[in-house]
Design a binder for this molecule. Structure first.
Ligand SMILES: Nc1ncnc2c1ncn2[C@@H]1O[C@H](COP(=O)(O)OP(=O)(O)OP(=O)(O)O)[C@@H](O)[C@H]1O
Length: 247
């Protein structure tokens, strides 16, 4: 489904590569977790795969479509749920979603019904016509999520979809993503919640300093790391305890 070959990214004026010669294959139907410390290169990788930034070198295909020659088809195929809220604060939840859907050519009564259905599933039905600026962080995260998948993409990229939300919102978001996945959507997500990733992901890849340092099912990675009971111990053993502060 996603085939990445020798992907590298060096930002303009940066001293180091943020991604270096990364090879990775993600299969159709997976829930794939991209894990790594702050500054490891997760957002950079997702941003390249979503076509938001260009790689310095390397190639990738999604569903057999090359990123350079099939930009427009790829836009239809993928959905993006960014880390930052992509919502208009002075519009209502419904208006925001209508706007995002219309960018994919969605309109009409069946589209209205779809927006209402998703808002209901994510517990926001009664707030559909309230302005986003009055929403809590957890509510905004849920609207942000719907905005990224209204056009029913085959592949959904999510950059920390559960950051800063309470356990209740987190559960609703994860259950919703599991349901999407069971209906055929491939999910690629980044997170710092290692317990969540351990339970949620079919496979994970740990990235550090722009390189993929391990890949496998959570169970495999835990079994391969001596004394580890959970993914968090594997993560610390592989990436160390030093702080990752950059400016
Ligand atoms: N626009 C940019 N210009 C220059 N350097 C950048 C830019 N964006 C990211 N970087 C650098 O690239 C590296 C990887 O950053 P990236 O945001 O991809 O990491 P991340 O794994 O998503 O981190 P986090 O968990 O903190 O979100 C870091 O060293 C970061 O400082």
């Amino acid at each position: 489904m996603i085939q990445i070959e020798q992907l590298s990214k060096k930002y303009k004026d940066a001293e180091h590569f943020s991604l270096l010669d990364l090879d990775l294959k993600i299969n159709s139907g997976e829930i794939f977790g991209l894990l790594g410390p702050n500054g490891a290169g997760k957002t950079t990788l997702i941003s390249i795969l979503c076509g938001l930034i260009k790689p310095t070198s390397g190639t990738f295909t999604i569903d057999g479509l090359d990123f350079k020659s099939h930009k427009n088809q790829l836009k239809q195929l993928i959905g993006i749920v960014p880390q930052e809220y992509a919502l208009y604060p002075s519009l209502t939840a419904y208006e925001n979603l209508y706007y995002f859907g219309s960018m994919f050519g969605l309109k009409g009564p069946s589209f209205n019904a779809l927006i209402e259905e998703y808002l209901d599933i994510l517990g926001l039905g009664q707030f559909a016509h309230k302005k986003i600026k009055a929403f809590s962080g957890g509510m905004k995260r849920r609207v942000n999520l719907i905005a990224g998948m209204l056009h029913r993409p085959k592949v959904l990229f999510l950059d920390e979809p559960t950051v800063g939300v309470d356990v209740q919102s987190k559960t609703v978001i994860i259950d919703f993503l599991k349901e999407l996945n069971s209906n055929g959507t491939t999910i690629i997500y980044t997170s710092h919640h290692l317990n969540e990733a351990e339970n949620f992901c079919s496979r994970v890849g740990i990235i550090d300093h722009g390189k993929l340092i391990c890949l496998g099912t959570p169970k495999e990675l835990i079994q391969n790391e001596q004394g580890a009971q959970h993914l968090e111990e594997v993560f610390l053993a592989l990436t160390g305890k030093a702080l990752r502060d950059y400016a």
